[in-house]
Design a protein around this ligand. Structure first.
Ligand code: TRP
Length: 354
């Protein structure tokens, strides 16, 4: 019984500005994971074409995600930071996975249904095949752990289904290569070339909601900029947005239960807890019974303390695009080397002549 070498992989689309929700929900987790893991963080620019083909400023979008990774503390020397389009092997493996995945599986994907909307005939084929490319992003490195938001869970299940079908369909071809590993999936022994990826979803990350409506997710597409904190906001903007954030007139409760039915209060307490690395109960232990006039200034101070250095560093990095590009080129070259090794093995397993 063997084990796949642990490898963390995740991707972020270069669409729209990053906000506090992206930071707390994803990037901060990426930073923490580099401590004890080999990590690859990818700006998934090929995915960005799926909903919308032409982007106003694709280079700036790619660079700003990269700058956010670096500013938050991801080390591009120790780990790999790159953009997807520099590694054509992703798209090549995705094609093979298009032939592994079944239409019935793709038809169940809720994100496709949401994004395609009513007029499905007008959705791109790329949007439909999106999860197959995502599976290829991960499996072209035979990555084992993927930090993502709850909304990506279904795509990771599909990734496992694709890996499992490939492993089983090609089992007799994998065995003689000596490249496979004996694993058990549930109770079933499988000789696997691709690992069964594990989502890393849990953790202290709260669902960060809009500052204008505590029942809606904080989103880059909300027309009101006051609804979110962008990662590039300076201290003034952060302060203004928190001070203007919607609340209710009551004091904060002393127990977490008291946040029920108070989505705005719940959101701000959750953000405070996440930024302070505390539980909501601990935050309420400190602020229970206090008015927002006391809590909000404390949240402003904390937010500025945590976020202002990141935003300053992002702005500094964005002023030097050639440095960012060199990081991506270097990461891309190292990623390509790993991906090409996998692809050669996959070509051999399938029986392509090379
Ligand atoms: N679909 C992911 C999202 O929208 C982005 C993504 C693309 C991704 N490829 C990935 C995430 C591979 C993790 C692993 O959040």
């Amino acid at each position: 019984m063997g084990e796949f070498k642990p490898l963390v992989f995740s991707g972020v689309q270069p669409t729209g500005n990053l906000h506090l929700g992206n930071y707390l929900g994803a990037i901060r987790k990426f930073v923490a994971l580099q401590e004890n893991n080999d990590c690859m963080y990818c700006v998934v620019d090929l995915h960005a074409l799926t909903a919308q083909l032409v982007h106003d400023d694709m280079p700036a979008q790619i660079r700003s995600i990269t700058a956010a990774f670096l500013a938050a503390g991801i080390d591009p020397k120790q780990h790999i930071v790159f953009n997807q389009s520099q590694v054509p092997q992703h798209a090549e493996l995705a094609w093979i996975f298009n032939c592994v995945a079944r239409l019935g599986w793709m038809n169940r994907m809720t994100q496709f249904k949401d994004k395609a909307g009513k007029d499905r005939e007008q959705a791109s084929l790329g949007l439909y095949a999106y999860p197959s490319l995502m599976a290829a992003d991960i499996l072209v490195y035979r990555a084992t752990h993927v930090p993502v938001g709850e909304d990506q869970k279904q795509h990771l299940e599909l990734t496992r289904d694709i890996a499992m079908k490939f492993n089983i369909d090609f089992m007799d071809k994998i065995r003689p290569t000596g490249l496979g590993i004996d694993i058990t999936v549930g109770e079933e022994p499988v000789h696997a070339y691709f690992p069964m990826v594990e989502p890393l979803i849990d953790g202290p990350a709260p669902r960060v909601m809009s500052f204008k409506d505590g029942t809606k997710k904080m989103s880059k597409s909300d027309p009101s900029d006051l609804s979110r904190i962008n990662l590039m906001d300076d201290a003034d903007a952060i302060s203004r947005k928190i001070r203007k954030a919607k609340t209710d007139p009551d004091a904060l409760p002393s127990e977490v239960d008291g946040l029920k039915g108070r989505p705005e209060a719940d959101n701000l307490v959750g953000i405070f807890a996440a930024l302070a690395d505390k539980t909501k109960a601990e935050v309420l232990g400190e602020f229970g019974g206090q008015q927002f006039s006391v809590f909000k200034p404390a949240l402003v101070d904390l937010s500025i303390e945590v976020l202002a250095p990141i935003s300053a560093e992002m702005r500094r990095l964005m002023a030097d695009p050639s440095y960012i590009d060199s990081v991506l080129r270097d990461g891309g070259a190292r990623a390509r080397e790993r991906a090409e090794k996998t692809m050669n093995e996959v070509r051999d397993i399938i029986g392509f002549v090379r």
